[in-house]
Design a protein around this ligand. Structure first.
Ligand SMILES: Cc1ncc(C[n+]2csc(CCOP(=O)(O)OP(=O)(O)O)c2C)c(N)n1
Ligand SMILES: [Mg+2]
Length: 690
């Protein structure tokens, strides 16, 4: 058998497995996986460079599968390469298996990203490719590697592909190679039911190299892949014309290919058996790794060991000649917190928290050498421009800076930052207006699931954006973001943290928290408007209470009333407290910058910050439900339940009831309401006790 016949056998083994795993699981996606088998097998057998003995090797080529529904193809290939067993494949889609329905990041087995929501996977790949250039610019070309992506019709139709195509082409990322599985079939229809676009022309227009080949022709594939590997100026798109369900048979043994029905359901027992038999498998026990195929992939491991040994040797020589740089490079990846002089950051007076964030970014630009900051064309407004002033934006051929102008593409930007984090070695942060976090939600979720450190900087955090009007005034966004605070990731930890700092002191602590949260994304909500400095003693130390999600800001002995606030509403609560104290009331004011973080604290701390049984009024510019879980039976929340309006923010404060006088009046009413509730509860309790 010649080499290509052997490779064909391996691809057929992948096809047999990709058809049989869904059949065994009674669910899954056999067709696309069978079509992509030739490419992915060739990629693993001849191109992808990784260390077979250390899948976490930092300088490995990355492979990002965009189409998570093709997981059976990826698991099968990785099984031939020795990272999954036949037993693992038999557990496809079952509880507790290593082979869930869509891949979940599992670096030790060669799975670089979680995929399933189409489109994000190849954006992660772009983030990885940018990171590789960022690192090479600092430490040398010895660390260069490729990032390979696998895109399908679904991911290509997702709008995020526009952002990826534009940015990769603009930056001339020759280290990025994307295979497009052009099988003309998607979930419900053929692709011609939804598009007439000239796919190749589209990517060329963005500045990509495009090769169009028969995706089952190994010689043609190699030609395109060799050219892609040798490329130095542009990202490469390999359009592989493939056949959905390649090699499949109907129950009667007749050829059955290119059918939409093959996308998302097992073929049925008879057709699967006929398919397995036709492809050379054992229909009675189809989930087997064919020994000649595992041998072929083992032989590749021997080659890889030599390639990797040489690369490690080059690295060792570089490290010996550049010990300081080598230590720094290791430091980029080891995730121990940088020694930032947080308490020495200088702030002006009465700062909008976006400007406090700017002061912090100015300091971090000098103190965190692996921080990358991006903005979706709002750097001047979200104040990430403070960082940009200390560096330069990424540009074609020059990644010595650390700023990404993402263009107006919030979803792409968020996914690219997540991909940077998945690559490792950097801390990505990205800024835009909070109202536009809506465009980022799908990535927030996957970043949380993947335990990826991404820092979301969302400025213009309330209706106090003012004249821009309701489209730009976030109301429900905070509640939406905080839903993820309640979700645990697969390691059982809080999957996402949302911090809404009240002043520059809390902003500093929020940044610190986000930088040190190396295993999860964080968001920092920042005001557009100035925040009068809070009249509280020992504020710098006190603000460190942010790390517990909430803390006491001001407390009279035996308080009769509790006011809770976060962000710009903490100052409002303090101003209202001043009025109430002038009337002789004893008041406590607590700051809760993160409800999710706060609710995880020990009961004693929670009781100190929110004493049980105390009449309580919480104030938020978001939906009342942000604080409803905290205020208890004797509490109420001042919040927004309507879209905002176009007017000066001081007028909006008046109209929406966000003045010290209005809050003080509501607080007094709440003391009365709490007493009435107490009477009702006592009566109910007595009835219950008989
Ligand atoms: C964001 C998102 N929307 C919808 C889906 C559901 N879905 C899964 S695959 C698919 C399209 C399949 O077409 P293609 O990507 O070409 O895969 P193929 O049929 O060729 O396997 C859809 C709509 C999804 N996974 N993610
Ligand atoms: Mg398709």
């Amino acid at each position: 058998m010649n080499r290509d016949d052997q490779l064909q056998r391996c691809a057929d083994n992948i096809r047999v497995l990709s058809a049989s795993m869904p059949q065994a699981a009674k669910s899954g996606h056999p067709g696309g996986a069978m079509g992509g088998a030739d490419f992915i097998n060739l990629l693993y057998a001849e191109y992808l460079v990784y260390d077979p003995d250390d899948r976490n090797w930092t300088e490995r080529d990355r492979f990002f599968l965009d189409a998570g529904h093709m997981s059976s193809m990826l698991y099968s290939t990785l099984a031939l390469a020795g990272f999954f067993s036949a037993e693992d494949l038999k557990g496809f889609r079952q509880w507790g298996s290593h082979t869930p329905g869509h891949p979940e990041r599992d670096n030790s087995r060669g799975i670089e990203n979680t995929s399933g929501p189409l489109g994000q996977g190849h954006a992660f790949g772009l983030g990885a490719a940018i990171t590789e250039r960022f690192l090479a610019a600092r430490f040398g070309q010895w660390l260069s590697h490729k990032t390979w992506c696998y895109l399908t019709d679904g991911g290509a139709q997702e709008e995020i592909s526009q952002g990826v195509g534009r940015i990769a082409g603009h930056l001339g990322l020759a280290n990025l190679v994307m295979f497009y599985d052009a099988n003309d079939v998607q979930l419900s229809t053929k692709t011609n039911a939804v598009t007439v676009e000239d796919f190749s022309a589209k990517y060329r227009a963005w500045g990509w190299n495009v090769h169009e080949v028969n995706g089952h022709d190994l010689t043609a594939l190699r030609g395109a892949m060799d050219a892609a590997v040798a490329e130095t100026q542009k990202p490469t798109l390999i359009i592989g014309r493939t056949v959905m369900g390649k090699g499949a048979r109907k129950a009667d043994g007749s050829i059955w290919e290119g059918d939409v029905k093959q996308h998302g359901a097992p073929f049925g027992p008879e057709a699967t058996a006929a398919t397995v038999t036709a492809l050379g498998g054992d229909a009675t026990d189809p989930i087997q790794l064919w020994p000649d195929c595992t041998t072929l992939h083992k032989a590749r491991h021997d080659e890889l060991r030599k390639i990797v040994a040489k690369r490690r040797e080059v690295q060792a020589q570089w490290a010996a000649a550049n010990p300081d740089k080598a230590a720094l490079y290791a430091r980029f990846f080891d995730k121990t917190p940088w020694p930032v002089a947080w308490d020495e950051i200088a702030f002006g007076k009465n700062l909008a928290t976006r400007n406090a964030s700017a002061a912090i970014l100015t300091a971090l630009a000098d103190q965190i050498p692996n921080l990358i900051v991006a903005s979706a064309d709002l750097a001047d407004s979200d104040k990430t421009d403070a960082f940009l002033k200390k560096t330069t934006p990424f540009q074609r051929g020059d990644f010595s800076g650390a700023f990404l102008h993402a263009g107006v593409a919030e979803l792409t930007m968020a996914a690219v930052c997540t991909g940077m984090s998945l690559h490792g070695g950097v801390i990505p942060a990205c800024g835009t207006f909070f109202a536009f976090s809506d465009y980022m939600k799908p990535v927030m979720r996957l970043a949380a699931l993947q335990e990826a450190q991404v820092i979301f900087l969302w400025s213009h955090d309330s209706f106090r954006v003012g004249e821009d009007g309701p489209t730009h005034q976030p109301i429900e966004q905070e509640a939406q973001a905080r839903l993820l605070e309640q979700m645990k990731n697969l390691s059982g930890k809080r999957s996402f943290t949302v911090l809404r700092p009240a002043d520059h002191h809390e902003t500093r602590e929020a940044w610190r928290f986000a930088v040190e949260s190396t295993q999860a994304p964080s968001a920092i909500l920042l005001t557009r408007q100035d925040i009068p400095d809070l009249e509280v003693v020992n504020r710098p130390a006190q603000a460190k209470g942010l790390r517990q999600g909430g803390y006491v800001v001001s407390r009279d002995e035996t308080p009769e009333l509790l006011l809770i606030g976060s962000g710009s509403e903490l100052g409002l609560a303090l101003d209202a407290a001043k009025l109430l104290r002038a009337e002789g009331l004893k008041v406590q004011v607590s700051s809760i910058p993160s409800t999710g973080l706060f609710l995880e604290q020990e009961q004693a701390h929670r009781d100190a910050v929110i004493p049980q049984g105390l009449p309580t009024l919480a104030v938020t510019a978001g939906l009342p439900c942000v604080f409803t879980p905290l205020v208890g039976a004797f509490g109420a929340v001042v919040g927004m339940t309507r879209f905002g309006a176009s007017a000066n923010f001081k007028v909006l404060d008046e109209k929406f009831g966000y003045t010290p006088e209005a809050v003080a009046a509501k607080a007094k009413a709440q003391i009365v309401a709490a007493r009435a509730t107490a009477k009702v509860l006592i009566a109910q309790a007595q009835a219950l006790l008989g």
